[in-house]
Design a protein around this ligand. Sequence first.
Ligand code: HPA
Length: 275
Amino acid sequence: MEKEQALLRFLYPPDTLEKIIAIVSRFPRMPFLSIVTGSGWGEVVEGRTLEVFSYQDFGISFRREVEGHSGVVRLVEKDDTPVLVFEGRLHLYQGYRYEEVVLPVVFSFLSGVKVLLLTNAAGSLHREIPPGNLCLLTDQVDFTFVPDPPVFQKKPLFSAELRDLACRVAQTKDFPLFQGIYVGVLGPSFETPAEIRMLAHFGQVIGMSTVKEVKTATNLGLPVCGLSLVTNWGSGIASLPLSHQEVLETSLRSKRLMQEFTGAFIQEVARAWRS
Ligand code: HPA
């Protein structure tokens, strides 16, 4: 616990941590798992809302400049499992600081969740993975070139146990589930076709988030699962130019898939971790 405490003290002034602990202490039930929803993943967990608060409550002034991100945090009861849902993500390209971007992870850690599910919207780097599909993340390449805190010691690792669990969910539900490496870039503009050809050597999907959250979770010892909704072909793979609108449209079309998968994932985590 000492290393984790040192990491938190490095990242935040004491009053931020106190604000989080004050919010957590008001929870009527402690969350079992936590979900950060990426672009278009909003409202993916339907259930009874027990508590609602916002990023502002931790001292972050949330800017609503990316459509599909709301900045609301909800404690939800889903089939009797309390789940913490962060609706809206903070991106480095929006000018948020490292410690702001990873705050949902730290909040999850401090509320004692057993599992963290990070979702995002991603572009496909390969023709075999068409938009509209889910891709389970096996590893990541951090191409943001934003330095990590020197107190980080562990290399990011997605939990093998959670990966197996996600595969089981896909199998039972008969959902196709791709697997691959996530290439994290800073953004905010999409890549050039030449950049996509280069980055395709490094992974299967590409996006502008998640990598710092995974590193923080790993260094806090929080088991993490990463799941991308593939929303578009990487630049140059298809003939049409891509846009954030396309990302949102694909998410809208795939809402049921995301909801059903996430619901089944929550059920399976609750079953596996309680037994
Ligand atoms: N590139 C980078 N980030 C993204 C993409 C993409 O094609 N799609 C969704 N996020």
